[in-house]
Design a protein around this ligand. Sequence first.
Ligand SMILES: *Cc1c(COP(=O)(O)O)cnc(C)c1O
Length: 374
Amino acid sequence: MNLQIPFNKPHLTGKEAHYMYQAVYNGKLSGNGEFTKCCQRFFEEKYGFKKCLLTTSCTDALEMAAILCGIQPGDEVIVPSYTFVSSALAFVRQGAKIVFADSMKRNPNIDAEQIEALITPRTKVIVPVHYAGVACDMDRIMEIAEKHHLLVVEDAAQAIDSYYKGRPLGTIGHLSAFSFHETKNIISGEGGMLGINDDRFIRRAEIIWEKGTNRAEFFRGEVNKYGWCDIGSSFLPSEVVAAFLWAQLEHLDDIQSKRKQLWNKYYELLKPLADEGRFHLPDIPDYATNNAHMFYLVCNSLQERTALIKKLKENDILAVFHYLSLHSSEYYKDKHDGRELPECDRYADCLVRLPMYYELNEDDLEKISKLLAL
Ligand SMILES: *Cc1c(COP(=O)(O)O)cnc(C)c1O
């Protein structure tokens, strides 16, 4: 299929292959080398994380978080149902029961006002997902967590370089997970990162990261031999992946400003159609910034969304929907407690994502908006 306008195109900044070549000839290809350290330091210094660890995916970072939170079989974790599988899966692998929460009416983020009613003596963690890189109401969520002695793991997969009341997303909860999958703003093919904001987790996180060993401490000369001290896995990416990521991070500001420019143009072009009631535009609360991760529309019905996607497809433009509600997924439907989650179902039926990538230009956007006006 040769699409005129695909849904996504991975953007290269130009130096990826050069840095990968350098990593190859540095003589150190495994993880936790110079490029890995550069990337981690970049995030720690720019955003103020206590510690960052690159991982091979956001899913892996969430799995590390589930281990660090000490999830035991039967523990409960509160997760929005309108999210990517990994937000729940990572905790399920440690034996957690997922208690799904509904989205807000105004946008697909977890409805913080409904969280407290879901808490039981077995609840351990709340997982806010910053959908489209737009912040959840973190003050409210942290206040609930503190009151009930819960941990907060931010699924910040889509939320790089986005803020809540001036605070970078991923630095507010105890732990956070980012994705550098090729569909995100900053990419390394597959890739991710664990953000740690609570000192208690730093040492153990490094051990879990390196197959349950204290290898990182050994290479820093802090211990004179290393061995097996905990559970864990091989969560760290190779230097080749970190080298690719470094080339992207060097251009973070340029990538973000280009995406925001496109996002704003979309908004301006589609505003008159939204005013006519054809669909709803993304909602960004006053407490949140927009990192232009995606441009979505919420249609008035499933039928209207199907027609919209079809019309674009006939013109070789690919728009997509996603997130079938996790509470009614094949894997979880029999485990769910039966509560209805109407907002989540509405987004699953009515939300559509328009093409969004660095190389899009204003002509493309005008073409798309003209089609949507028909
Ligand atoms: C992309 C995404 C993930 C998974 O990221 P990977 O790096 O592919 O594991 C998890 N959660 C959300 C909300 C995502 O958008």
